[in-house]
Design a protein. Structure first.
Length: 123
């Protein structure tokens, strides 16, 4: 039924301007704004809708993952741009905030609305 649909994902934030600055300037994504909504243009042609929501509650799960070739370089650059990394019980991270347990290397951080994002590297 939806096999040929150009589906897209979306998530809420509490402040569109802060989101535009974070996703566009801090993360370096192409951000389009129209009618008070943002569209994040991702590599490969995918898009994600970002919309304002009064009384926003941040997602308690990772909403967007950014695969990279070198997680150490990505984490260092994000840190220089003011990003801080989250630490979770049972997911012991190194001094940079990178979890190097089973699966891909991963470091979690949040957007200004508190939504969880990650940068990750396949091993």
């Amino acid at each position: 039924m939806f096999g040929n649909s150009r589906a897209f994902s979306g998530f809420a934030v509490d402040d569109i301007e802060k989101a535009r600055q974070f996703y566009g300037e801090t993360l370096g994504l192409k951000v389009e704004e129209e009618h008070g909504l943002l569209r994040l243009r991702l590599a490969g042609g995918a898009a994600v809708l970002v919309y304002p929501k009064p009384g926003h509650t941040p997602a308690s799960f990772t909403i967007l993952n950014f695969p990279v070739d070198d997680i150490d370089t990505a984490v260092d650059e994000l840190g220089r741009r003011g990003v801080t990394f989250e630490r979770y019980p049972g997911m012991e991270a190194d001094e940079k905030g990178i979890f190097r347990g089973g699966g891909p290397y991963i470091a979690w951080f949040t957007d200004p609305a508190g939504n969880i994002l990650s940068v990750l590297q396949d091993r």
